[in-house]
Ligand binder design. Structure first.
Ligand code: ADP
Ligand code: ADP
Length: 228
């Protein structure tokens, strides 16, 4: 069965904004799904609900069989989230940062696992460096390492390349594709078609809170190609 099952999900904020309406979607284990849509489309709302940070108005999200509202702890432990804002303690070292993150989830220390995470992100040689000493690309990779520290099977990346230059965007694309090889299921948001095509196996187009279509990347390129 799919690792994530989203059924008829909707969210109306107290302000009256219908941020999501009737979104239904299955996400398979090991795939990379990109949610593509303009600002205000509902991408962050989708991620926030699926990670259990925001309660939906209607519908449900199940993560490996655990309902994200009723069975929050079990569902959340399977998920790593890289939020849009950079949230780092710049005077900490890389290793302490990931150890601390793991601890927040109540997981037993496991430096051997953290080593595999830091190696996968090309941060192992920097493990004793303070975050403020790192380049912008390395800081972004530390954010991903933090999100993976408790050993989740699913990683959410909210606009991973927002405000990032072209070189760093390409670096992020490589990093994400590398994580897929480790078996991590990845859901990311973007408003660049090019980025969705580069990174994802499947692309969902979201606008005004509605999931308009979900296609394999190759199908999408074919459809767009015919229209141009
Ligand atoms: P995206 O991530 O695609 O830019 P969001 O999910 O952030 O979209 O926003 C979807 C809609 O919901 C927008 O109209 C936004 O202004 C509104 N919205 C988002 N968060 C809140 C909130 N906490 N309270 C009220 N409205 C919100
Ligand atoms: P306080 O509330 O007293 O400022 P915190 O709860 O923020 O303390 O932090 C307690 C300890 O955890 C401190 O040693 C701090 O350096 C460390 N710490 C806090 N946040 C992080 C983080 N994101 N990564 C690594 N270490 C952290």
């Amino acid at each position: 069965r799919p690792i994530i099952e989203v059924r008829d999900l909707s969210k109306t904020y107290a302000s009256g904004t219908h941020a999501l309406s009737g979104v239904t979607l299955d996400i398979a284990g090991g795939e990379i799904l990109a949610l593509l849509g303009p600002n205000g489309a509902g991408k962050t709302t989708f991620i926030s609900i699926t990670c259990g940070l925001v309660t939906p108005t209607g519908g449900s999200v199940s993560v490996d069989g655990h309902d994200i509202v009723r069975d929050y702890r079990a569902a959340r432990s399977l998920i790593g989230l890289v939020p849009q804002e950079i949230t780092l303690e710049f005077f900490e070292t890389v290793m302490n940062t990931v150890r601390f993150s793991r601890g927040l989830f109540g997981k037993a220390p496991d430096d051997a696992y953290l080593e595999t995470v830091l190696r996968a992100l090309a941060l192992w040689d920097k493990r004793d460096a303070k975050l403020r000493e790192l380049s912008g690309g390395m800081k972004r990779r530390v954010l991903i390492a933090k999100a993976l520290a408790h050993g989740p099977r699913i990683l959410f990346l909210d606009e991973p390349t927002a405000g990032v230059d072209v070189n760093l965007r390409r670096e992020m694309w490589e990093v994400v594709r590398g994580l897929k090889k480790q078996g991590v299921t990845i859901i990311l948001t973007t408003h660049y078609l090019e980025e969705a095509e580069e990174m994802a196996d499947r692309v969902g187009i979201i606008d005004k809170g509605r999931l308009l279509l979900v296609r394999d990347k190759t199908e999408l390129m074919h459809e767009f190609g015919q229209k141009i």
